[in-house]
Design a protein. Structure first.
Length: 104
């Protein structure tokens, strides 16, 4: 099991909408993420800057690299693109973060 962290960016004033959409996350998206080997996935916010920090665990042999090809993932990205920094295909712009400390 590997743990990774990354940063994303909300558009200003969109935190309540971001929370609402994640409170109502689609069951088929949860199934897809878990099927790709993702578990223990959390997203945190720094409200002053609207920065999001995500951390997740992924299984050895995970299938995260195939997620952009999945219709459910593409629909979710399209759904979220109006409230966060996104790329040309609506994928959230993600900045990988280096772990500098871990206490197990």
């Amino acid at each position: 099991m590997e743990q990774i962290g990354f940063r994303m960016q909300l558009n200003d004033g969109q935190l309540l909408e971001y929370r609402r959409r994640h409170d109502e996350i689609w069951p088929e998206l949860i199934t897809l993420l878990k099927g790709a080997g993702i578990s223990d996935y959390s997203i945190f916010v720094h409200e002053e800057t609207s920065s999001l920090f995500a951390v997740l665990r992924r299984a050895d042999g995970h299938a995260m690299d195939s997620l952009p090809l999945e219709p459910v993932m593409q629909r979710w990205w399209e759904y979220m693109a109006d409230i966060m920094a996104s790329g040309e295909t609506n994928e959230p712009l993600v900045e990988p973060l280096e772990r500098v400390f871990h206490l197990a």
